[in-house]
Write a protein that binds this ligand. Structure first.
Ligand code: GRG
Length: 282
């Protein structure tokens, strides 16, 4: 993934060098790469070619990197540490960080559109459309808006879930479906199974993120820990308490595994990733 991203990103010395440097700084050498791993694992279910998966996975990671750059800006979460390094606006400046995020998002769609990722052009168009919807106002960006408005508010459990299905879940679901769609067309039933898996893993990811924000150190996370409580953000931990939040993550792990029933060996990586998402310590 690292090599594919390094190839896709414009060279640091190409003009405008400061922008390209910032894009590479935001994307390379950091992060768990959970979304690319999910795309690759989903591609194993549909027998997708690695060259296709590489691009689909990179496109999702570029959108993710853009969202982190913008999320860290002073007008949003105002954070100074990300992936163990100063955030992009701290290392460069605010305007460059905004533009780097914008350009990362554009690059994601360029990567999806300019290479053959599916057997039928119609299907590839669906992939582009799906990622656009997942990143947009009815997906991640919409979830971020809800998050901004929720700071200091008390949300009900369904409201919290609605926010996270959009903010975090939409892109995780897109990673799974994009990887899957790079391969052979398989039955609707299997596609539904993967969708169910992706939804469970997407929500589990966020529940665990909330637990870790409460539980883990800044050094382990590579980003500022304990921020949710400080900023008065509703989380699964603030709403349910620590032990029930952990239980909820476990239930979602079981749901993710159950969704893959009958898929055998080819879904093994997806099972391992559901475990990683829930059991991770960072
Ligand atoms: C700015 C449109 C826009 C959206 C921002 C991703 C996001 C939405 C905000 C980041 C803040 C946050 C804590 C989100 C919830 C969980 C999450 C996405 C955490 C970061 O993802 P990881 O842990 O990060 O996969 P790495 O660095 O490992 O890639």
């Amino acid at each position: 993934m690292e090599a594919a991203l390094a190839r896709l990103l414009p060279p640091a010395h190409a003009a405008p060098a400061r922008l390209h440097e910032a894009m590479r700084y935001a994307t390379l050498e950091g992060g768990k790469r959970v979304r690319p791993l999910l795309a690759f694992a989903a591609g194993e279910v549909s027998g997708a070619a690695p060259e296709r998966l590489e691009l689909a996975a990179a496109a999702v990671e570029l959108i993710h990197a853009y969202s982190l750059v913008h999320d860290d800006l002073p007008c949003m979460d105002a954070d100074v540490l990300r992936r163990g390094k100063p955030t992009v606006h701290v290392e460069y400046d605010e305007a460059t960080a905004m533009l780097a995020g914008d350009a990362l998002q554009s690059l994601a769609f360029q990567a999806l559109a300019e290479n053959e990722l599916a057997d039928a052009p119609r299907r590839q168009l669906e992939m582009v459309k799906m990622l656009a919807a997942a990143a947009g106002s009815r997906g991640m960006a919409g979830g971020q808006q809800i998050d901004l408005e929720a700071t200091g508010a008390v949300l009900s459990l369904p409201e919290l879930e609605f926010m996270h299905i959009h903010k975090t879940g939409a892109l995780i679901r897109a990673a799974v479906l994009l990887g899957f769609w790079c391969g052979e067309k398989v039955s609707e039933k299997i596609q539904d199974q993967l969708d169910r898996y992706a939804k469970a893993v997407g929500l589990a990811f966020q529940v665990v993120d909330d637990v870790l924000d409460h539980d883990a150190s800044t050094a382990t996370l590579g980003k500022t820990a304990g921020k949710d409580a400080k900023q008065g953000k509703p989380t699964y931990v603030s709403l349910l308490g620590l032990a029930p939040a952990r239980e909820m993550a476990e239930d979602l792990r079981a749901e993710a595994h159950a969704a893959l029933d009958g898929l055998g060996e080819r879904a093994e990586r997806l099972r391992q990733l559901a475990d990683f998402v829930v059991l991770r310590k960072f």
